[in-house]
Design a protein around this ligand. Structure first.
Ligand SMILES: [Zn+2]
Length: 401
């Protein structure tokens, strides 16, 4: 048996007046997901345990078969893994954003989506001026960088994600609590260094937002994962354009497969992801395919883009995988689900349970659910389960079959 998990990031939503009370999933034309629902089993998955933030890191950890209550240690350690930065014992990884401060307010959490080339120059200057053996800065992609601090520094500080406080006063949202003094000092000292940097002088001249401060959040220690093989006795791989998801895969001991043209955005190479996924199963037991586009559309509050992203996901990823699975010599079990809802009206994630389906090419246990959406799946025979239990559920079903 081969296993395939297809994740449409943020697909789930609320019912919308402008859709006559339908959700985006109900409105979107999704013949492949609906087919698999009609010919498979449906349920709702809780991917974000109570008390944890509804981030993609937590939710996808669940989908990949890891209980976030046991394994989640923060966002930045996952990003560190995907960037190839090893964390020693007592090392704390922080996400270090390049942000724009305007008149004392947090104007932009992304410094105008600064290019990686510009950002690298700035972060190298920051590391030269502020870095020490105990405080190491690493450039990443666009505005997303890392600080690794030794000796537990700032592990317990209360840090605020800058995208949650856009427009807010910087001083109100600075790191607080144990160990925050060093973090605050670094942020304050970064400002004159960045303000006068040639990269920012050029950006200002071009009418772009300057990256005139650094900002820390999402910190944590390296999580102590058991590998996927240890937990489930399966080999596998992960396909995603997103660092967090790759980082989860690395800690889980799964192979990371890069697909040309995978962007994490609406223009991603959907078909390529599906084709690489099916090819990966020649040598492995399971593949996890993560598609970011519906979440991006949700964050933009763009209904049309979200409908398009979901229809593209259904046609090009789910459809391609379904056709290939049916033709495959080996039997396949396929799961389709969002990690969490990203409702258009909220433009951010929620912790609500998400619809999921299980479809098998082998023999199809079927329940009465006919369509893949938030409401219909409530009637599914699988009921409400913890997302982190789904992988084991598949393995058990394969054994029974
Ligand atoms: Zn997500």
């Amino acid at each position: 048996m081969k296993y395939i998990i297809l994740i449409g990031d943020g697909m789930a939503d609320f019912s919308l007046d402008e859709l006559g009370g339908k959700t985006v999933l109900q409105k979107a034309n999704t013949p492949n997901m609906d087919y698999m629902t009609r010919n498979g089993l449906a349920g709702l998955a809780i991917n974000v345990p109570e008390g944890l933030p509804p981030g993609s890191d937590v939710a996808n950890m669940s989908v990949m078969g890891y209980d976030p209550d046991v394994y989640y240690s923060g966002r930045a350690p996952l990003e560190a893994a995907s960037m190839g930065i090893p964390l020693e014992k007592n090392d704390v990884a922080f996400r270090c954003n390049l942000i724009t401060i305007d008149d004392g307010n947090i104007a932009d959490h992304s410094a105008g989506h600064i290019t990686s080339e510009e950002a690298r120059e700035l972060m190298e200057t920051i590391d030269r001026e502020l870095g020490t053996d105990e405080l190491r800065f690493y450039p990443g992609i666009s505005y997303r960088h890392l600080l690794v601090a030794s000796n537990d520094l700032g592990a317990k500080a209360d840090c605020t994600p800058p995208h949650d406080v856009i427009g807010g006063e910087m001083m109100d949202h600075m790191p607080k609590g144990e160990g925050s003094d060093v973090l605050c000092r670094l942020i304050e000292e970064s400002m004159p260094i960045l303000e006068n940097h040639s990269v920012n002088e050029k950006r200002i001249k071009e009418g772009k937002s300057p990256a005139n401060a650094i900002w820390f959040w999402g910190q944590g220690y390296a999580p102590s994962f058991r590998t996927f093989d240890e937990l489930y006795g399966l080999t596998g791989s992960v396909i995603s354009a997103v660092d967090l998801i790759k980082g989860l895969g690395i800690y889980a001991g799964l192979d990371i497969i890069d697909v040309p043209g995978a962007t994490g955005y609406l223009d991603t190479n959907y078909v390529g992801k599906a084709e690489y996924a099916m090819a990966s199963l020649n040598e492995r037991d399971i593949v996890v395919v993560h598609v970011e586009a519906p979440d991006e559309a949700g964050h933009m509050g763009d209904l049309k883009a979200k409908l398009q992203a979901i229809e593209d996901f259904d046609e090009k990823v789910v459809g391609t995988v379904l056709r290939a699975a049916k033709e495959d010599d080996e039997d396949c079990m396929i799961v389709v689900l969002p990690d969490h809802p990203t409702p258009i009206v909220l433009r951010t994630h929620t912790s609500d349970p998400v619809p999921f389906l299980i479809y098998s090419t082998l023999e199809n246990e079927v329940d009465s659910v006919e369509a893949f959406d938030e409401d219909s799946m409530k009637e599914g025979s699988l009921g409400v389960v913890r997302g982190c239990d789904i992988v084991q559920m598949l393995i058990d079903k394969a054994k029974q079959a």
